[in-house]
Design a protein around this ligand. Structure first.
Ligand code: SD4
Length: 321
């Protein structure tokens, strides 16, 4: 029979032991936090802003919003916010969403004239009983909440659009194309996850077209028990597989973030064997322990990581083709 004294000795042994299993005790996995990861090379600038918040004990939600605002406000980035390439009628329409550790979320789509749609999405999340506002309604809401109406079509973007009008052919080219969304996910010091996604969408799209970027579950999903995921690329293909939700559910089933991204990309290939050879889609995933992964259809999908171990570096994701 185990005496009380012997039992206490076992307890002390177990708590000191660095081994994986002792008397049925499994130590918690090592957690790397905080960490922020975001899509493409401009993720470095976004991570930089996000890290200021994360490294000061801040909330992941604030970090991803601050990060997403960096490319949104940069007129030289022609795929997000100010200076984004327009639709085929010359209108710059923006899509964005945000999600926090409590599964609160907000989104806007087809929003014109506002430089920071991610912040409007956050206001939708925090100030309305709804999740998603679009078009005129989203603009009215933004203006009512103090956002300024601005001209988003820059001289440069207008020039590119006018050039495109000469042939008016809609044919996205993988990586250099008319797309480059920022998706950003973070784990904060309190081990809470959040994410955001923001874009001007596919350049020269049809008027009214909405991609995956503002759709919770498609381009962004956060489950604070499991992990967070985000996507970039041809949104139609991501919507068809509810990509980011799929990645998070694959992690729930025991896959690493890397395996989950790979399986989501394989699902696209299975659905669209021919088309998948010509387009780009990339996924990023981050789990509750700060482990992350990335995978894309084509070569060339880059992402940026900022943690204590990896001080804001760009990596190229592995790809299916
Ligand atoms: C869209 N997914 O509108 C966006 C575009 C994008 O990298 O991600 N670009 O379909």
């Amino acid at each position: 029979m185990t005496t009380r004294r012997k039992f206490l000795q076992l307890g002390t042994l177990a708590s000191l032991a660095p081994v994986t299993k002792l008397f049925g005790y499994t130590p918690p996995p090592i957690v790397s936090k905080p960490v922020v990861i975001s899509t493409w090379n401009f993720g470095v600038g976004a991570n930089e802003e996000a890290w200021k918040i994360l490294s000061n004990n801040g909330r992941a939600l604030d970090a991803v919003e601050a990060g997403a605002r960096v490319p949104e406000g940069d007129p030289k980035e022609s795929s997000v916010g100010l200076g984004g390439l327009p639709d085929r009628d010359g209108r710059v329409t923006l899509d964005s969403c945000i999600m926090d550790e409590f599964a609160n979320c907000g989104a806007v789509a087809c929003l014109e004239h506002i430089v920071h749609p991610v912040s409007v999405a956050r206001k939708v999340m925090e100030k309305t009983p709804h999740v998603f506002l679009v078009g005129e309604g989203a603009l009215k809401f933004a203006l009512d909440n103090g956002f300024k109406k601005e001209k988003l079509l820059t001289k440069e973007s207008e020039k590119v659009w006018k050039e495109w009008l000469k042939t008016a052919q809609y044919k996205p080219v993988a990586n250099i194309e008319n797309h480059d969304t920022i998706g950003i996910v973070a784990l904060d010091d309190k081990q809470n996850l959040s994410g955001a996604c923001t874009t001007s969408g596919m350049a020269f799209k049809m008027q009214g077209r909405v991609g995956d970027s503002p759709i919770i579950g498609a381009a962004l999903f956060v489950d604070n028990e499991i992990g967070a995921a985000t996507s970039t690329g041809v949104g139609e293909e991501v919507i068809r597989i509810v990509g980011s939700h799929l990645v998070v559910e694959l992690m729930r089933q025991g896959n690493t973030p890397q395996e989950a991204c790979e399986k989501a990309v394989q699902r696209i290939v299975k659905n669209q064997p021919k088309k998948s050879k010509e387009i780009q889609v990339g996924f990023l995933a981050l789990n509750k322990n700060g482990d992350y992964g990335a995978y894309a259809l084509q070569k060339g999908f880059t992402y940026a990581v900022y943690s204590k171990e990896v001080p804001n570096k760009i990596f190229e994701a592995k790809s299916y083709y």
